[in-house]
Write a protein that binds this ligand. Structure first.
Ligand code: SF4
Length: 315
């Protein structure tokens, strides 16, 4: 019977190489990618198609958000709770592995690549949190780590695994060349929780609204942001922002505004407090008028708004 491996998979070069190492040891590899407002599965979808391996995509926003707000092992450099996040992901992966009768669980992590979560102690701790001690294989750095149960049981040949360590990408690029892999995506993008600018916005949001959920977090990705009391005002900077605001817009919790007679940016008010609504509407109208080159400096313009509330306002 063919051996089966499940790999927690971001779609970047490390996870592609780790999957390829497993394929070369005759495993049928299934990739597992988690999705939240902070990271998506787009890169991973492309990479799994190229690798011709099965792909499971799992949405984990609700549970993951609890960890982001209150991580028992703290944050890395930004708002990234990598140790608890990985512990949680591997715990879920372990369950999926059992349900599907998969023999081995792996990840593309490299020892020492990230100081907070990929040192030896942290890797051990993550296994403990996940309830998977010695049962997470890291093919790219396995030779620098204690033997896993899979190696001891003879399921996989340790000699064919690698000994990468540290931040340099050179060994990975050399291995990609050896394997003739040329389709890996750029390292840019990835998890927004490691982005300093986004982390600042997120921290600020949690200070205002500890209960914030997905819609408010998605709004942090777009446009110019202002507070009006407890309500967030967002103004699009360009066409892309305007489109993103339309995509994120919810008529249950927000209003959208635009100039009635001129082109200009779209604005969104997320209504967390009815008491602060008039203040937020006034601020949004002022900002839209200011950021439209057609209306800046005019005496008065009309704006229309719709969504949770509907009407016209003058500014
Ligand atoms: S970088 Fe983001 S997704 Fe990855 S472990 Fe850290 S918090 Fe989780």
């Amino acid at each position: 019977m063919q051996k089966k491996a499940l790999i927690v998979f971001s779609g970047g070069l490390d996870s592609i190489l780790a999957a390829e190492v497993l394929k070369r040891q005759d495993f049928e590899v299934t990739a597992l990618t988690f999705v939240t407002p902070f990271f998506d599965a787009e890169k991973a979808k492309e990479s799994t198609q190229k690798l011709e391996i099965k792909h499971i995509v799992k949405e984990i926003t609700k549970e993951h958000l609890k960890i982001v707000k209150n991580p028992p092992r703290g944050y890395g450099k930004n708002m990234n709770p990598c140790i608890d996040c990985h512990g949680f992901m591997f715990k879920l992966a372990g369950k999926i592995m059992q349900e599907k009768g998969i023999d081995l669980l792996a990840t593309g992590e490299v020892l020492g690549q990230r100081p907070f979560s990929q040192n030896k102690q942290a890797l051990k701790l993550i296994e403990k949190i996940a309830g998977l001690e010695n049962r997470i294989l890291r093919p790219l750095c396995a030779k620098n780590l204690p033997e896993t149960d899979y190696e001891k049981e003879g399921l996989i040949d340790r000699e064919e695994l690698l000994d990468f360590e540290g931040k340099s990408r050179k060994p990975q690029l050399a291995l990609a060349k050896k394997y003739k892999i040329d389709y890996f995506p750029s390292p840019a993008g990835g998890c927004l929780l490691t982005d300093p600018g986004f982390s600042k916005r997120l921290k600020d949001l949690f200070e205002h609204h500890p209960e914030a959920q997905e819609d408010e977090i998605n709004l942090l990705k777009v446009g110019r942001q202002f507070w009006a009391g407890e309500n967030k005002v967002i103004i699009g900077r360009d066409k892309v922002d305007n489109q993103n605001l339309k995509d994120i817009f919810s008529k249950h919790t927000m209003i959208m505004l635009k100039l009635a007679e001129y082109p200009g940016p779209l604005g969104v008010v997320h209504i967390a407090s009815e008491d602060d609504f008039d203040e937020a509407l006034k601020l949004a109208a002022e900002k839209i008028k200011y950021y439209s080159t057609k209306t800046r400096g005019l005496d008065e313009v009309i704006l229309i708004y719709w969504g949770k509330k509907e009407g016209k306002t003058r500014c």
